[in-house]
Write a protein that binds this ligand. Structure first.
Ligand SMILES: NC(=O)c1ccc[n+]([C@@H]2O[C@H](COP(=O)([O-])OP(=O)(O)OC[C@H]3O[C@@H](n4cnc5c(N)ncnc54)[C@H](OP(=O)(O)O)[C@@H]3O)[C@@H](O)[C@H]2O)c1
Length: 321
């Protein structure tokens, strides 16, 4: 076969692969590979502490992990919701009550973190995986945000996560093993318009935890940054605006273009099981846009942003409509 024909065939294969990926894939290449081709792993006897476990992603992560034989610590603020999640976990797995511990606390009350870690260690004597998932979102124009809102977002999403991780890290270093998982966001990889405090907080997590990863290269301690796109959860119900105490009050509808919570958590569990460094879990076309933003930033900023991002379209997309 002539060299020219080979090039054309390779080109056609690449275009077809790109179209298929752009239509069907809902995660980055590595995660798709591990999800479909690698041996599934269970979490038998592992103690997994999930913050933000009372709803949404944290809740469904708990259901997925309990079916894979993990022992769970569930944290959040709403005790009633946490109890409901625990009961469902017990029904799904048939495991003993003592395999699930509830540790309700507000993550931005930093002085109770030591006490919470002690409670977990008193009960289980070990922590294998800490999933830092608690978080709040925000919608407002950059110019209209009071600094107290930025501080609130950082206290919950960043400083709460960082402080709790530091406490648990001491235990990981003593045991010479551990795994820190962080629910970041696609907003941790690019600028999500009209969510600057949220976007800033998620970018900050990457800064902190990339440093932790670098400092832990000689220890048996792993870091996984998970970046989901839009996923069904209660996040928009309690989303804040630019004024402290004000709610955005947007309720999701079943017809919204968002990923199912179960699917997001299924993929997230694969990323955790295989200790992936970072993963992107996202519906299309946001996933392809994320690839462009990461690998072709100039095209993304100079062409895509200008062509596609007008306020009305962005707002619609952010609402999953
Ligand atoms: N859903 C999405 O589209 C999406 C996309 C990318 C990333 N994420 C990230 O995924 C994570 C989980 O969010 P979600 O979508 O599952 O939303 P969600 O349903 O609202 O869940 C948020 C969880 O965080 C907890 N939380 C909030 N503030 C807290 C505080 N001050 N102290 C302790 N816990 C607190 C909540 O606990 P209570 O209910 O008990 O207050 C709840 O369990 C967040 O970090 C979010 O940024 C979500």
């Amino acid at each position: 076969m002539e060299f020219g024909s080979v090039i054309i065939i390779i080109f056609i294969i690449l275009v077809v692969a790109f179209i298929l990926y752009g239509t069907l894939a809902d995660a980055d290449f590595s995660l798709m590979y591990y999800h479909f081709l690698a041996q599934p792993k269970d979490f038998r006897n592992k103690v997994v502490w999930i913050t933000g476990a009372s709803s949404g992603i944290g809740e469904y992560l708990a259901y997925n992990l309990i079916k894979r034989k993990a022992r769970l610590v569930l944290s959040g603020v709403n005790v009633e919701r946490l109890e409901a999640v625990r009961n469902r976990c017990l029904t799904l797995s048939g495991c003993a009550d003592e395999n699930i511990l509830l540790v309700p606390f507000e993550i931005d009350k930093f002085d109770i973190h030591d006490e919470c870690v002690k409670k977990v260690l008193d009960h289980f004597q070990q922590i294998d995986i800490l999933v830092n998932n608690a978080g709040i979102s925000q919608r407002a124009d950059f110019a209209d945000i009071d600094i107290e809102v930025d501080q609130k977002l950082f206290n919950v999403n960043v400083f709460g996560t960082v402080n709790l991780t530091r406490k648990v890290l001491k235990h990981f270093l003593e045991r010479k093993k551990g795994h820190v998982v962080i629910t970041s966001s696609v907003a941790g990889k690019l600028g999500a318009p009209y969510s600057s405090a949220y976007t800033g907080s998620k970018h900050a997590l990457h800064g902190y935890f990339e440093c932790l990863r670098s400092e832990m290269v000689e220890e048996n301690i792993h870091v996984t940054l998970v970046c989901p796109g839009p996923v069904f959860s209660a996040i928009t119900d309690r989303c804040v605006t630019g004024k402290l105490g004000e709610k955005y009050n947007h309720t999701q509808q079943a017809t919204d273009k968002k990923m199912k919570t179960e699917r997001c958590c299924e993929l997230m569990v694969t990323a955790i099981a295989h200790k992936l460094d970072e993963c992107w879990i996202c519906i299309q076309p946001i996933l392809i846009a994320l690839y462009l933003a990461q690998y072709f930033p100039t095209i993304f900023r100079k062409v895509l942003l200008k062509l596609l991002f007008n306020r009305q379209r962005v707002m619609k997309m952010r609402q999953g409509r």
